[in-house]
Design a protein around this ligand. Structure first.
Ligand code: CP
Ligand code: NVA
Length: 311
């Protein structure tokens, strides 16, 4: 599989086989790292890490993954560069593309990462935008694969803000990989029709299904219950309204028991607001695999960089 020179903007651009390949590569890199073996695949490469929004997992994963493979990562915070202040995205992209070998971008508008990719001339990786968070999905798929041993046919329910970057990206990733996907959310927070239709096409090809529902009974038989914050970065003013709207969709012991399975796992991209989208009890329970997901961010981000930029 040759992914050299490719951008990583959303999983729409990657086939199920390519996603499978990235998961295998991540698994391999993870096993090697556990034995103390790191590589030289990115030796001599310089990597720009642009962050308009804060980050713990994504930033640290890119830095450690880059260093593990011999690259130099350079963190560029929102007030550190001219982007968005004195310089257009197009010009910043052309400058950084002359200086760096790869560029990660986390920020607000999805169009910014698309424009960076269009003009930089080097691989651009999406570290989260208002609309998508594709590197997180690789970590989530790897975590599920490690836990269950397979992906195809698993039943996945996402409860909460059903139209945020996580819900959108999970719907793409799960439908491509043959995982039955349900959005459990009030209708006002369902994903855009256009994206649902696109993912229904992926699901038809992979043999999975997509369900949108307001009914918590839909968690019956779920293998995974996933949630994310009710207010994403940049939406802090919506807190009161979201709490009222989403309270019935909190992941608590009762919702976990409603699956009728004692093998259901709880997942969350983190950071979590305990007491809102998930109770402390579920978060700390044996069903919770949230820190496996967090660790897997590093191994999967490393796989993306090695596959698209590595020697
Ligand atoms: N899950 C995730 O992207 O975490 P950070 O915001 O800490 O990077
Ligand atoms: N939906 C969250 C994800 C954080 C990793 C946000 O955008 O803030």
């Amino acid at each position: 599989m040759n992914l050299k020179g490719r951008n990583f903007i959303t999983l729409k651009d990657y086939s199920p086989e390519e996603i499978g390949y990235l998961l295998e590569l991540a698994s391999d890199l993870k096993a090697k790292k556990k034995q103390g073996i790191t590589g030289n695949s990115l030796k001599g490469k310089n990597i720009a890490l642009i962050f308009e929004k804060p980050s713990t997992r994504t930033r640290c994963s890119f830095v450690v993954a880059a260093v593990d493979e011999g690259a130099h990562p350079e963190y560029l915070g929102k007030d550190d560069i001219q982007l968005g202040h004195k310089e257009s995205v197009e010009d910043t992209a052309r400058v950084l593309g002359r200086v760096f070998d790869g560029i990660e971008f986390r920020g607000f508008k999805h169009k910014t990462v698309e424009d960076l990719a269009k003009y930089a001339g080097v691989p651009v990786w999406n570290g989260l935008t208002d609309d998508y968070h594709p590197t997180q999905i690789l970590a989530d798929l790897l975590t599920m694969k490690e836990h269950f041993g397979y992906l195809k046919g698993l039943r996945f329910v996402y409860a909460g803000d059903g139209r945020n970057n996580m819900a959108n990206s999970l719907m793409i990733g799960m439908s491509k990989m043959g995982v039955h996907f349900t959005i459990l959310a009030p209708e006002s927070l369902w994903p855009k029709n256009e994206l649902v239709e696109l993912c229904q096409g992926y699901a038809a090809e992979s043999g999975s299904t997509i369900t949108l529902t307001e009914d918590t009974d839909a968690v019956k038989d779920a293998d995974t219950i996933y949630t994310d914050v009710w207010c994403s970065m940049g939406e802090e003013d919506k807190a009161a309204q979201r709490i009222t709207l989403l309270k019935p969709y909190q992941v608590n012991k009762e919702l976990m028991e409603k699956t009728g399975k004692d093998t259901t796992i709880f997942m969350h991209c983190l950071p979590a607001v305990k007491g809102n989208e998930v109770t402390e009890e579920v978060f700390e329970s044996g069903a919770s695999v949230v820190f496996d997901e967090a660790e897997n961010r590093m191994h999967t981000i490393k796989a993306v960089m090695v596959a698209t930029l590595g020697e």
